[in-house]
Design a protein around this ligand. Sequence first.
Ligand code: 2AM
Length: 178
Amino acid sequence: MPRLFIAINLPEVVADHLALVQGGVPGARWEARDKLHLTLRFLGELDGGTARAVAEGLAAVTQPRFELGVRGVGHFPPRGEPRSLWAGVDDPTPLHALHDRIERVLIRIGVPADTRKFAPHVTLARLRDAPRGRVLAFLEHHALLETARFEVVDFALMSSVRTAGSSSYRVEQRFPLT
Ligand code: 2AM
C-alpha cells in the first residue's frame, strides 16, 4: 500500500527558483526539482476504504484560493544536528486555515492525529554528516530567499512509492480551492 500525504505542489517558476538554491552543502541529498512540495498533512499507509473516505472528505473542503510565496530557509530539527534543510513561506495564515479544515475531515474519519506540529515548509535537502559550517553558510547565504508569489488554486492527495534508495511521488487526486 502506498504512503499517502496531502500537499501543495509548486509552480514551475518557484521550483526553478528553489532548484537554483540547492547546492553548496556536502552530505546533502537535494530533493529533485519536480518533487518539491509543501506538505499539509502526512497520512502514511491507509487501507483502501479509509483512503477513499479521505478523498471524499477532502473533496468537500472549501477554502478560497490564496497567494503564497516561499521565503527564507531553516533546518530541522531546530536544535541539535540538522537533518534537513527547508524553505519557509511568507504567510502561514491561509495554510494553517487549510490544514485545520483538513484536520477536521481526518478526525471525522478517524485517521490518527499527526504527532508533528504543522510547520509549513518545503524540504530542500536531507542531510547526513553535513559539516556544520557549511550548513550555517547555506542558511546565511539564503536567509533572504524570496520566490515569486503564486496563487494556490488546489491541493492534492499524493502517494509516495519507495524505489531503490529513493521515492517517487504521484498525484492521486487534486482538490480545487474555491
Ligand atoms: P518532510 O519533507 O519534512 O520530511 C512525504 O514523505 C512528505 O510527508 C514529506 O514532505 C514529509 O515531510 C512529510 N512527512 C510528514 N510527516 C512524515 C513522517 N512521519 N514520515 C514521513 N514523511 C512525513
